[in-house]
Ligand binder design. Structure first.
Ligand code: ARG
Length: 462
C-alpha cells in the first residue's frame, strides 16, 4: 500500500489494513460534511481577504467546495477509509475537481482546529433544533394541563397515595423540568459560541490570519482566546451531553409514569393506538413500547456523557487522537433525544385521561388525612403535632372498619376527639381538598389555570 497522499511525505509505505480501520472516522464523521464545508468557505474567504492566497485560487476553491456540497447532498459521495475522515475526503475531492489550488486551502489551518470548529457548529445546530422540539413537548403538556386543570388524581410520595392533586398540575411539573432543560441548553450554547478556527495545530500560525473575521462569518461571538485550549477543549460537547442526560432523565420519569398509569392495575390513562404495540401471543395486550423505549434510552444518554468524560479524563494537552471518539456519543445522544422528544410529544398529545378512575383512586389510601389534620388545627386550634396524632387514630379507626375517612360517622370520630363537628366532612372530599391548596405553586385548579395562562403567554413569546 502506498503512503497517504495528504500527509504521507515522510512515509515509505502505507498503513497496515488494521491501522487504516482503527484510524478511520469517515463512517461516522461524514455527518459533519456541511459544517466542514461551511468552515472551509469562511477560512478561504479570510485567506483571500488577507492576501494569503490569490483571489483566483480562492474562488476556484470556493466553487469546488460548493460542488462537493451538492454532490454529497445528492448522495454522490464515495468514501474511502484510506482518506480517514471527512476533512481529508473533502480536500481530496477538491484536488480532483480543481487541481493544485486545492492544496492552498489548508494554509494557516490544521485538522485539529478544523474538527474542533466543525463539532462546535454541529452541536450548536443540534442545540437549536432540540430547543424547538422541547418547546413542542412543552406545548403538548400545556394542552393537557389546560384540558385537565380540574381533574383530580392521587398525588404520590414513595409511590404511595399521599394527597389528591390535579392532573393539570402534574403536567405542569414536567413543563417546569423541560423549561430548565431549555435554559441549560441556552446557557451551554452561549459558552460554546467561540470559534477555535485559526488555532491551527496547537500554537497558532505565522500567517496574518483574521480570526475575528472567520468567527463572525461562522456566527460565533468571538474567537477562542488560547490556541492550545482551542484545539483540545471538548467541554461544549460534554455540556451538551450533560444537558441531554438530564433531559433524558426527565423524559424517563414521565415515560415511567405513563407505563404505570396505563397498566390494567391503574387505568389512569390510555395511550393511543399510534403509540402502542400489541403482543404476538397475548391478543388482549396493548403495550406502551414507546414509553418503555424512552425510559430505556435514558441509559444511553448517560452512557454517552460518561463515555466522553472518561475519554477526556487525563488527556495531556493538546489534541490526541482519542478525541476522535467524541463524535459517536454526541451523535447517538442527539439522535435519540430528538426521537424521544418527538415520541413523547406525540404520546402526550394523544393520551386519553380516565377522569373517573383517577378520581376514585384519589380518595383511596386516606389521602385527605392531611386536610383533616389541618382542619383540627384551624377549627379547634389544636397544635399541628396533636392534630397529626388524632388524625392517625382516625385513620386507624377507618382501617379497622375497612372504610374511608369520609365514611366514618360523626359519632365514630367523636370517640377519638369529642370536639369534632360535622363541618369536618367538608374537607374530606378530594375536590375540596385540591380546591383548598391555593398556596403559591399549589395544586388547586384555580392555580393551575393561572399557570396555564402564564405559560401560554411565555411560550408564545419564545
Ligand atoms: N478525524 C480527526 C478527529 O476527529 C480529525 C483531526 C485529526 N488530527 C490529527 N492530528 N490527526 O479528531
Amino acid at each position: 500500500m502506498s503512503a497517504n497522499e495528504l500527509w504521507g511525505g515522510r512515509f515509505a509505505k502505507g498503513p497496515a489494513e488494521i491501522m487504516e480501520r482503527i484510524n478511520a472516522s469517515i463512517d461516522f464523521d461524514r455527518r459533519l460534511y456541511r459544517q466542514d464545508i461551511t468552515g472551509s468557505m469562511a477560512h478561504s474567504s479570510m485567506l483571500m481577504d488577507q492576501g494569503i492566497i490569490s483571489r483566483e485560487d480562492g474562488e476556484k476553491i470556493q466553487e469546488g467546495l460548493q460542488t462537493i456540497l451538492r454532490e454529497i447532498e445528492a448522495g454522490n459521495f464515495k468514501t474511502d477509509p484510506a482518506l480517514e475522515d471527512i476533512h481529508m475526503h473533502v480536500e481530496a475531492r477538491l484536488r480532483e475537481l480543481i487541481g493544485d489550488p486545492a492544496g492552498r486551502l489548508h494554509t494557516g489551518r490544521s485538522r485539529n482546529d478544523q474538527v474542533a470548529t466543525d463539532m462546535r457548529l454541529w452541536v450548536r445546530d443540534t442545540m437549536d433544533h432540540l430547543d424547538g422540539e422541547l418547546k413542542a413537548l412543552q406545548e403538548a403538556l400545556l394542552g393537557q394541563a389546560d384540558a385537565e386543570a380540574d381533574t383530580v388524581m392521587p398525588g404520590f410520595t414513595h409511590l404511595q397515595a399521599a394527597q389528591p392533586v390535579t392532573f393539570g398540575h402534574h403536567m405542569l411539573a414536567y413543563l417546569e423540568m423541560f423549561s430548565r432543560d431549555r435554559a441549560r441548553l441556552k446557557d451551554a450554547r452561549a459558552r460554546l459560541n467561540e470559534c477555535p478556527l485559526g488555532s491551527a495545530a496547537l500554537a497558532g500560525t505565522s500567517f496574518p490570519i483574521d480570526r475575528e473575521m472567520t468567527a463572525k462569518e461562522l456566527g460565533f461571538d468571538r474567537p477562542t482566546a488560547n490556541s492550545l485550549d482551542g484545539v483540545s477543549d471538548r467541554d461544549f460537547a460534554l455540556e451538551f451531553l450533560s444537558v441531554a442526560s438530564i433531559c433524558s432523565m426527565h423524559l424517563s420519569r414521565l415515560a415511567e409514569e405513563i407505563v404505570i398509569w396505563s397498566s390494567a392495575q391503574f387505568r389512569f390513562v390510555e395511550c393511543s393506538d399510534s403509540f402502542s404495540t400489541g403482543s404476538s401471543i397475548m391478543p388482549q395486550k396493548k403495550n406502551p413500547d414507546a414509553a418503555e423505549l424512552i425510559r430505556g434510552k435514558a441509559g444511553r444518554s448517560a452512557g454517552a456523557f460518561t463515555c466522553l468524560l472518561m475519554m477526556m479524563k487525563g488527556l495531556p494537552m493538546t489534541y490526541g487522537k482519542d478525541m476522535q471518539e467524541d463524535k459517536e456519543p454526541v451523535f447517538d445522544a442527539a439522535d435519540n433525544l430528538q426521537l424521544c422528544l418527538a415520541a413523547m410529544s406525540g404520546m402526550i398529545s394523544d393520551i386519553s385521561v380516565n377522569r373517573v378512575v383517577m378520581k376514585n383512586a384519589s380518595g383511596a389510601g386516606f389521602t385527605t388525612a392531611t386536610d383533616l389534620a389541618d382542619w383540627l388545627v384551624r377549627r379547634l386550634d389544636m397544635p399541628f403535632r396533636n392534630a397529626h396524632h388524632v388524625t392517625g387514630s382516625l385513620v386507624k379507626l377507618a382501617e379497622t372498619k375497612d372504610c374511608g375517612l369520609e365514611d366514618l360517622t360523626l359519632a365514630d370520630m367523636q370517640t377519638v376527639e369529642s370536639s369534632i363537628t360535622d363541618e369536618v366532612f367538608e374537607v374530606l372530599g378530594v375536590d375540596n381538598s385540591v380546591a383548598s391548596r391555593v398556596s403559591y405553586g399549589g395544586t388547586a385548579p384555580s392555580n393551575v389555570r393561572a399557570q396555564v395562562a402564564s405559560w401560554k403567554q411565555r411560550l408564545a413569546g419564545e
